[in-house]
Design a protein around this ligand. Structure first.
Ligand SMILES: Nc1ncnc2c1ncn2[C@@H]1O[C@H](COP(=O)(O)OP(=O)(O)OP(=O)(O)O)[C@@H](O)[C@H]1O
Ligand SMILES: [Mg+2]
Length: 443
């Protein structure tokens, strides 16, 4: 950005323009003034010649001396070409000519005042015109210099006050940078050029504040997540280590050995599952591309229910699906999300409880709802449970609290969402996904 002095730049443009305008108007005035003076001199010569024409000898002398007082020299002489004068249809006409500095009017006389005086020649010097014009030019130069000086002064003062808002912008920016984050320009007239600039500045600072806030929040969420993850990883690792050390150190006999080996296998499986979940979440957070294939959500739900029910038998699970509930997406990721919802619902409902899984088409969307007749989720926890490692009391089963976080990310990566809907018989989660037809039709 070029940041030369604005005052200098404006002055450098405005003052030459003023000088050009003054010089132009001075030239026009001078030319008109000179023309007027010359016209005036010529009129006086012509008037003198006309006064002589037809006058008597005495009157002619009087006129000549009056003209002499005005600086007009008069000479009477014989006409070298009397025939040409006589032939003129409208009588004698004056001839005006310029010889050097002299303006000359020559008029053949109708009635000569003296013998041999048939032509009057009146002449006057143009020196007076020139000196009057010179005086005018000097005055004009003096006035122009004064005008330029006053204009420069006013311009600099005007620019100083016009640029004051920019100085204010600089000062406010410096205060914001110094920590006064609430400072804003708040223009009183946002429709003017400076007002628009000030509004844009305020908007920019608001946006920066907002994104700094978001970055801070996500950084502290990430720190929390890392602390929780390390804690969750440390527990099975410590258990694994303890069991392995006991096995090595004490070399116990069966059945204690079997029990310890089973514990090692269980802890290793738990650890593997946790690391797998963390990896899945990290990949989703890193916006790693999911597959984009046609997925029948109904079939995925039926499979998820079959797997979950086989894993945790006892709970009655109803599945019901509309035909053609097709989305474009990643079958594995969607199956994982639904499986977690069904696992959670079965865990919440318990062995004697019931779970209802319903997949339906809703306009351009596909909705998969998983409902159970368990205790449901208290209102205060309905958002919190979607954060990583959040598990509510009483803690059921061996999970780490990552299932809902992963499922929501999967939903959002597909352009949909996962929310707790409540209002049902117990817990109720709804997975909303944009249908394939809507996606293929495009925006
Ligand atoms: N249907 C439900 N009814 C009541 N509470 C639920 C229900 N589903 C989830 N929750 C609560 O939300 C918590 C978080 O669920 P989430 O699926 O994220 O983790 P998890 O099931 O505990 O472990 P993971 O899924 O990682 O194996 C659960 O521990 C449970 O307290
Ligand atoms: Mg779960």
């Amino acid at each position: 950005m070029s940041t030369g002095s604005l005052r200098r730049r404006v002055a450098l443009v405005a003052l030459p323009l003023l000088i050009i305008a003054l010089a132009g108007s001075a030239a026009v005035v001078t030319l008109r003034y000179r023309h007027g003076l010359e016209q005036d001199l010529r009129d006086r010569l012509l008037a003198g010649a006309k006064a002589i024409n037809g006058a008597s000898a005495d009157q002619t002398k009087l006129v000549m001396s009056a003209l002499a007082l005005q600086g007009i020299d008069t000479q009477l002489s014989a006409d070298p070409n009397p025939v040409a004068t006589l032939l003129k249809p409208h009588g004698p006409t004056p001839e005006v000519s310029m010889t050097g500095q002299l303006l000359v009017v020559r008029l053949p006389l109708d009635r000569p005042p003296a013998p041999g005086a048939t032509v009057a020649t009146l002449s006057a010097s143009r020196a007076s015109v020139n000196s009057a014009v010179r005086r005018l030019v000097v005055i004009q130069i003096a006035v122009a210099l004064a005008a330029v000086a006053i204009a420069a002064l006013l311009l600099l003062r005007g620019l100083r006050s016009a640029l004051r808002p920019l100085q204010h912008v600089g000062a406010v920016a410096a205060r914001i940078a110094g920590g006064a984050h609430d400072e804003r320009l708040r223009p009183d007239r946002p429709e003017t050029e400076l007002g628009r600039m000030a509004s844009a500045f305020d908007h920019m600072v608001d946006e920066l504040e907002e994104s700094i806030g978001r970055a801070r929040r996500s950084e502290s969420a990430m720190r929390r997540f890392l602390a929780d993850a390390s804690h969750e990883l440390r527990t099975p690792i410590a258990a694994l280590q303890a069991s392995a050390e006991t096995l090595l150190r004490e070399q116990p006999d069966r059945p204690e050995r079997d029990e310890l080996e089973a514990r090692v296998a269980g802890d290793a499986a738990r650890l593997g599952r946790l690391v797998g979940d963390l990896l899945d979440l990290a990949r989703l957070e890193a916006n790693e591309q999911l597959a984009r294939e046609r997925v029948d959500v109904g079939s995925v739900a039926v499979r998820a229910v079959a797997e979950a029910a086989g894993h945790l038998p006892g709970t009655a699970v109803d599945v019901d699906s509309d035909d053609g509930a097709i989305v474009l997406g990643d079958a594995d990721a969607l199956s994982r999300a639904l499986r977690n919802l069904v696992d959670n619902a079965i865990a919440a409902a318990g062995r004697s409880g019931r779970v209802w899984v319903r997949v339906e088409r809703d306009g351009a969307n596909v909705l998969a709802s998983v409902e159970d007749d368990g205790p449901g989720v208290p209102a205060a926890d309905r958002e919190r449970i979607f954060e990583g490692f959040v598990r509510l009391e009483p803690v059921r089963g061996p999970g780490a609290g990552l299932g809902l976080a992963i499922a929501r990310r999967v939903a959002r990566e597909h352009g949909g969402d996962l929310t707790y809907a409540g209002g049902g018989r117990g817990g109720r989660f709804v997975l909303r996904l944009p249908g394939a037809a809507a996606l293929l039709a495009g925006p």
